[in-house]
Write a protein that binds this ligand. Structure first.
Ligand SMILES: C[S@@+](CC[C@H](N)C(=O)[O-])C[C@H]1O[C@@H](n2cnc3c(N)ncnc32)[C@H](O)[C@@H]1O
Length: 283
């Protein structure tokens, strides 16, 4: 997918056209996913992600080379002293960490090998195995482990108040909204006071939301895909509130409107993401 023009950042939610409103209405036609099925999706969440990686292996997500452009914090280091710590939550097969690791390993001078120590976790054991078997995986620079970030498991792997930067890229949308607070509180405990959480995920009324057919809606803005994985679409307001009420200060938080060209199909694809930077408060 090629970007067609510069991204537009705004805190205004997308205004829906009459046709788009109709599409959202139609999603309710067969009612919501029945409760027993919705509960089963929650119980099977890990299994469904693991099957996703069994099927797609490392082919599905592309390397996230845009992260240093969008999040300058991944580059800034005033002096060359001790390593900073970065924790990538829901790392999948490592599309965010490996490009960063590769970049810092190839640098010259005092920054070489000294920018970050990486922790990376994922719910899916298979995804973690793909990370560990990557030729760039070097235990002196990265530690990957399986965990459910909605539980206390992560605290067995990472000391409290030790992380400089947490990254969460298209991960919270895969988690049930009732567990968002647990996730944010867990990450707050791991970050140093003043530490940053960098967030990017699906924005409200993204075309992926409008595309869902009747029978796939679990709750407001929450859907199930064919393979049993779920996806939530975030409003700017609820994400700001979530972080503010759970120990963070909002530095930036906005919808990113991006138009991309799908060269294969020759179609213009407008996407809406939500991108934010949140700072852990001092106490
Ligand atoms: C859409 S994928 C994004 C993967 C990766 N961040 C990327 O951008 O390429 C969502 C990821 O979140 C992981 N995930 C879902 N629920 C999780 C949980 N409770 N704890 C940790 N990871 C989770 C999934 O296994 C999956 O790898």
């Amino acid at each position: 997918m090629e970007p067609l023009e510069a991204d537009v950042f705004t805190t205004q939610a997308k205004e829906l056209s009459a046709v788009e409103k109709q599409k959202l209405e139609e999603q309710n036609k067969r009612g919501l996913v029945p409760e027993f099925k919705a509960n089963k999706l929650e119980i099977d969440a890990q299994r469904n992600w693991d099957i996703f990686y069994k099927r797609n292996e490392t082919r599905f997500f592309k390397d996230r080379h845009w992260t240093t452009r969008e999040f300058q914090e991944l580059l800034d280091q005033e002096e060359c002293h001790e390593k900073r710590t970065l924790f990538e939550v829901g790392c999948g097969v490592g599309n965010l960490v490996f490009p960063l690791l590769e970049e810092q390993t190839s640098e010259e001078g005092c920054f070489s090998n000294s920018r970050f120590f990486f922790y990376a976790c994922d719910f899916s054991p298979r995804a973690v195995e793909f990370v560990r078997s990557n030729p760039l995986y070097d235990p002196s620079q990265i530690s990957a482990f399986q965990c459910d970030i909605t539980t206390q498991q992560v605290h067995e792997h990472i000391p409290a108040s030790s992380v400089d930067i947490c990254t969460m890229i298209f991960v919270l949308s895969a988690i049930h909204p009732q567990k968002f607070i647990d996730v944010v509180q867990n990450l707050g405990k791991l970050l140093k006071p003043g530490g940053l959480l960098l967030f990017r995920d699906y924005g409200l009324y993204d075309m992926a939301q409008l595309r869902f057919k009747p029978g796939n809606k679990i709750a407001e803005n929450l859907y199930v895909r064919q393979d049993g994985t779920r996806s939530y679409f975030f409003s700017e307001k609820e994400v700001s509130k979530l972080f503010e009420e759970n120990g963070f200060e909002v530095i930036t938080n906005a919808y990113v409107h991006r138009r991309t060209l799908n060269l294969k199909e020759g179609v213009d694809v407008p996407r809406i993401f939500l991108q934010g930077k949140f700072r852990r408060k001092n106490q």
